[in-house]
Write a protein that binds this ligand. Sequence first.
Ligand code: GLU
Length: 304
Amino acid sequence: MDFQAVLNEIAEEITPLLGTGGGQVASYIPALARVSPMQFGIALRTCKGEEAAAGDSGRPFSIQSMSKVFSLTLAMRGLGDTLWERMGREPSGSPFNSLVQLETERGIPRNPFINAGAIAIADRLLTLGDAKSDMLALLSSLCGDTVVIDAEVAQSEADTGFRNAALANFMKGFGTLDNSVDTVLDVYFNQCAISMSCVQLARAAGYLCRDGTHPYGGAQVISEAQARRINALMLTCGTYDAAGEFAFRIGLPCKSGVGGGIVAVVPDTLSLCVWSPVLDKTGNSQLGRMALELFVAKTGLSVF
Ligand code: GLU
């Protein structure tokens, strides 16, 4: 298949729609609020190493909740099944930053992709090593470039992250966190503030379509079974409260972030990333979602 031609077609169809859909870029911190809505990028890398990209695919953006895939990867690799002693695996059906569910479920997050889940994973990563640099090292190795944290975004996350602080304190009260709330939140805010481009993210997610093997060189990043499970969680929990709709319309494991990126996996075939900063009501990239629908329609690639 001529993937470059497919991505060119998608970029041609999406670009005229920039600025027309009525959604808004994330505005809870200034560094995200000032991102131009008029941007769209798409990139993919096949299991065989073929690459294609179109639009603003090389421009770094704030990966935000997409980082939760990679922190989960580190935690599964380091802890194996003991991770699940403090973590659920079911879709939440509640907002990503909900406190209510955490109360009724006694401090155990529903899944690793809601904020409570990712904060609990940050705590686990602190017991395994230097969580921040381990994360940057994993991402840099996976995409073959040096990956960095945007310090302004990290500071703003800390300045405004009152709900996340509430979630962390709540979990600390229930005994879900071993480390101090401040230390755990520092890891979480910094991982949200990592900047990467579509090209880098498409490469970095490559192990998820290659049975857990590294996109360059083929060493095992995580086991085949662990890669399968991360894909399952992405499909069922990766796109906030729109996971059912994403499965229905796109049928690929996806993880989105409020920076407007969505990473998607076609198992045994390719990994791809789309980015456009304007979000729909569910917090997912409006045009990113449309681009993924176009990709599946044009290629017939879906897990279903
Ligand atoms: N930094 C955001 C928060 O924790 C991440 C949100 C997201 O991308 O889902 O609220």
